[in-house]
Design a protein around this ligand. Structure first.
Ligand code: FEO
Length: 174
């Protein structure tokens, strides 16, 4: 049985993850319109991962006999000044999500909910990767500045990103 405080906090996290999906989908659409197809690809895959994160919370709440309560999703921004501006937003957003995940882990400890705490460990580790992935692109974009050819090359590289399931299957096959 899930206690009410954890149920509410996890439902709130579903909302945060769904907003993340919306934000990255909005960035994908922005990049599509700028003909930066690789960056759009990276964002669409990121949006898919956020959906998966939301569904993990959804599944956990239901598995524990709780009630999923979906809330209104805020509208994300629709335009960014540059690729660097967008990826800096990604990084800042992921830092915020890390704070939320840490808050949930603290709550699980306070409420002595070991199953919730163990469930959240996956997210604690995932956030390390999420921040690092965004930081890497921010660093690369800072390095190249306004150099169009270099931005094009970064775009090509980000176009190689595959959904986690496909990337795992490809690694297993080699
Ligand atoms: Fe679901 Fe990007 O954190």
């Amino acid at each position: 049985m899930l206690n009410a405080k954890i149920q509410d906090a996890f439902n709130q996290q579903i909302n945060a993850e769904m907003f993340s999906e919306y934000l990255y989908l909005s960035m994908a659409a922005h990049f599509e319109s700028e003909s930066l197809k690789g960056m759009a690809n990276w964002m669409k895959i990121q949006a898919g991962e956020e959906h998966m994160h939301a569904m993990k919370f959804y599944g956990f709440i239901l598995d524990r006999g709780g009630k999923v309560v979906l809330k209104q999703i805020d509208a994300p921004k629709t335009a960014w000044k540059s690729p660097l501006d967008a990826f800096q937003d990604v990084y800042q957003h992921e830092v915020k999500i890390t704070g939320l995940v840490n808050g949930l882990a603290n709550l699980a400890i306070e409420e002595k909910d070991h199953a919730a705490h163990q469930f959240l460990e996956w997210f604690v580790n995932e956030q390390v990767e999420e921040e690092a992935a965004a930081q890497l692109v921010v660093d690369q974009l800072k390095l190249v500045g306004d150099n169009g050819v270099a931005i094009y090359m970064i775009d090509q590289e980000l176009g190689q990103r595959q959904p986690a399931a496909a990337a795992g299957a490809a690694a297993a096959a080699t």
